[in-house]
Structure formats: structure tokens, C-alpha cells
Design a protein. Structure first.
Length: 158
């Protein structure tokens, strides 16, 4: 982050001078070029921005099983947050949890082993736990947060 320049004038005088200056008029071409540069700078290093937004419909989805896709939302090197989108009739195999894993059903429903989770339901799978296959009869969208790093997802980001 850039350092602030040293303050030479009192704040109230600086504010008055800034308010007295007429805004610069930019041509549409120059405004578009400036906007493009700013957006490119933000996209180049999202860690510099204090807020990271992923718009619905944006970002890369990877197929991790037949009719199952994953989108990494955030990876800080210690934990990942991702979305899992399952089409009707899809499934993921049973698995072990080397670390805590949080799951929130955003849309639809699914079974985690024998436990039916519906829209709005939350499940915490503690470190060392194991659950049965994940399957969805109607399809679902899940939000997952875990210290477990999914294979092949390092560097993926929405």
C-alpha cells in the first residue's frame, strides 16, 4: 500500500482547495482506458484489495466427478472456501477429513452419508471424521470451507 504524502497544509485548507478545483472532464475513450487500467490492477493482485467479490456466474468451474463441479472462491494457503455444484443424480465418494470441514447447503438438497441436508442446513465434519458418499437426487449448490486442500485446486481462484 502506498504511503500518504506528508501533510504540508492544514486539513481544512487542503479540503477547501480541493473543493475549489473543477473536476477534470475525460473523453469517453480516456475514461474507458482508465477504468480498464484500474480493473486490471485490481485483478492482478486480489490480495492487495481488502475485499474480494465473486459475482454469481463468474469464475472458473472445474469438473471433479461426473455432473459435479467445483469453484474455488478463496485460498489463503491455510484453508480454502469453495462451491460445489451437483446435478440431479450425481455423487461424490465417501471421504476422510484430515481437518474440520464446514458445509452449508445454499440450494437444493443432498445426502452426506445417511444425513439429509436441505437448503439452509449446515454441517461441521470434525477433523478425523468420515462420512459416506455425498449424493443429490434433485441437485444442489454447497458452500464448503476447509483446511483440507482439494487436489488440483492450488492456484485456482474465482
Amino acid at each position: 500500500m502506498a504511503k500518504s504524502p506528508p501533510q504540508i497544509l492544514p486539513e481544512d485548507l487542503t479540503a477547501s482547495l480541493l473543493l475549489a478545483v473543477a473536476p477534470a472532464e475525460l473523453s469517453a475513450k480516456r475514461e474507458a482506458a482508465l477504468k480498464k487500467r484500474v480493473l486490471a490492477a485490481i485483478a492482478a493482485d486480489p490480495q492487495e484489495s481488502p475485499v474480494h467479490t465473486v459475482r454469481a456466474g463468474a469464475g472458473a468451474w472445474a469438473t471433479i466427478a461426473p455432473d459435479v463441479q467445483l469453484q474455488v472462491l478463496h485460498d489463503d494457503g491455510n484453508a480454502q472456501s469453495w462451491l460445489i455444484r451437483m446435478k440431479p443424480g450425481s455423487r461424490l465418494p465417501a471421504h476422510h477429513h484430515p481437518g474440520d470441514e464446514e458445509c452449508l447447503v445454499l440450494k437444493g438438497s443432498c445426502y452426506l452419508g445417511d444425513c439429509l441436508l436441505q437448503e439452509g442446513d449446515y454441517q461441521l465434519a470434525r477433523e478425523g471424521s468420515r462420512h459416506g458418499a455425498i449424493r443429490s437426487e434433485e441437485g444442489c449448490l454447497l458452500f464448503i470451507r476447509s483446511r483440507d486442500r482439494l487436489p488440483g485446486t492450488s492456484g485456482m481462484r474465482a
